[in-house]
Design a protein around this ligand. Structure first.
Ligand SMILES: Cc1cc2nc3c(=O)[nH]c(=O)nc-3n(C[C@H](O)[C@H](O)[C@H](O)COP(=O)(O)OP(=O)(O)OC[C@H]3O[C@@H](n4cnc5c(N)ncnc54)[C@H](O)[C@@H]3O)c2cc1C
Length: 400
């Protein structure tokens, strides 16, 4: 079973609490979110009533320890939330879990003071957070960022531009990456530092909004740093070691993108199956034709494979098994590509109705494509899998 060690490595456990939570999310998504889906597609804005509903249900506190004002909850709980919200409105899933791209690095690497200052307000849904890493010249290549932080008395002056930053127009707090020192030979990752910046600080501006093909209601913005002063107390982790802060954050967060993809795939499957039983062609329901029935069967098989990978990666993360890192990359690549495939098949099974924006089928394809790109494009996940394998056998080879 290389690279795994024992059968217990394949264990997945779900509890009654997980199931209760899933049911409450399903109810919320069906009753309080679904009625607004078409409106969000048209206006590109998530209505305040949905955000208020998510707040009332305590969703912004899920995955945050109680000592910092959250509800607690492990990676499986977080994955269930990402899946159930995304089954109805993937952009809402993103809006809720993208906060964790700030919360998780602060919890893992931040000071006690930073945790107490920011996390409880995010947990209560009073403020939003954003994570500003990607730049025009560097996305997958995190070490390639050009934003500069120069030493000054008591802190740093930051200059640069970040692109595609989700939630930045709503956010009150940001975690950002900047170069504090040039890369060292053979260690390009060195010399990056992560900082916290707050809305309202002089030199922090929100730039243009990007109009991306999917996730309507949650479009990212450009974030500009123009001589932004950030005090030393806002450094997250150690100076020059921010690369570790960024990539460790993604080790966990990509499980949530994978779970979001399972939600999308579930929705696509349900739409396709229902339509195949209702639509009559040549005097029979579509599913009576083998060509359609085989598609439906394969859709379900791939959906459940993706779901198992996601729950498995989340359970491994909860068990703190080191190979969760590889499992999360496997889940992210497989689940997001499955969502894209199933969304595409759902369109085909609907024929013309599938490409009519009024039916709500095609939106899942637009949303799923984004899941294959953000939080580490899928080929980067494949590199992580291959590099982990080589590390396990203590062999080095130049990949990537
Ligand atoms: C809707 C949306 C929201 C986003 N939100 C955020 C956010 O909140 N914060 C943030 O910091 N970023 C965010 N991003 C940015 C996102 O994380 C990046 O787009 C993603 O990491 C890919 O980087 P890139 O766009 O620069 O593509 P590139 O890195 O230029 O990659 C382009 C292509 O080349 C491939 N590629 C690159 N390098 C390799 C390699 N070594 N081997 C094989 N293939 C390779 C990639 O797989 C990809 O297919 C968001 C993006 C989108 C679309």
């Amino acid at each position: 079973m290389f690279p795994f060690n024992e059968l217990m490595d394949f264990k997945i456990e779900m509890t009654d609490e997980h199931e209760l939570f899933r049911k409450s999310l399903r109810e919320f998504a069906e009753n309080r979110v679904r009625p607004y889906v078409q409106k969000v597609e048209e206006t590109n804005e998530i209505p305040q009533t949905i955000i208020d509903g998510a707040r009332e249900l305590g969703l912004f506190g899920v995955g945050i320890p109680q000592e910092y004002g959250g509800q607690g909850g492990d990676m499986r709980t977080m994955a269930i939330m990402a899946e159930e919200l995304s089954r109805v409105m993937p952009s809402l899933g993103t809006m809720v879990f993208v906060n964790h791209l700030f919360i998780d690095p602060v919890l893992m690497f931040g000071t006690e003071e930073q945790k107490r200052k920011y996390i409880p307000r995010i947990a209560k849904g009073e403020i939003f957070a954003a994570h500003a890493n990607t730049e025009a010249a560097a996305g997958s290549d995190v070490a390639g960022i050009k934003t500069k932080a120069e030493r000054t008395e008591g802190g740093y002056i930051i200059n640069g531009r970040k692109i595609f930053i989700t939630n930045s127009d709503r956010a009150s707090v940001f975690i950002l990456s900047a170069r504090t020192n040039p890369p060292e030979p053979g260690k390009r990752w060195k010399g990056i530092t992560t900082f916290i910046a707050e809305k309202g600080m002089k030199g922090l501006e929100i730039g243009q909004k990007f109009k991306v093909i999917g996730l309507r209601g949650e479009q990212p913005n450009e974030v500009i740093f123009d001589n932004l002063f950030v005090p030393d107390s806002n450094i997250v982790g150690k100076p020059d070691e921010g690369f570790k802060v960024i990539v460790t954050t993604y080790d966990y967060s990509r499980i949530l993108i994978a779970a979001q993809a399972v939600g999308i795939a579930q929705a696509a499957f349900e739409l396709a199956f229902n339509y195949s039983t209702e639509r009559i062609a040549f005097e029979k329901p579509l599913i009576s034709f083998e060509g359609v029935a085989f598609k439906i069967s394969d859709m379900l098989t791939k959906l459940e494979t993706a779901r198992l990978l996601v729950y498995w990666a989340a359970y491994m993360a909860d068990q703190k098994k080191p190979l969760f890192l590889m499992a999360s990359s496997m889940a992210k690549a497989y689940a997001t590509e499955t969502a894209e495939e199933l969304a595409n098949l759902a369109i085909k099974i609907h024929g013309g109705a599938g490409v009519d924006q009024g039916t709500g089928v095609e939106r899942y394809l637009r949303d799923s494509i984004i899941t294959t790109i953000y939080e580490g494009a899928n080929d980067i996940q494949r590199l992580t899998i291959a590099k982990t394998l080589l590390k396990l056998v203590s062999k080095s080879a130049e990949i990537g």
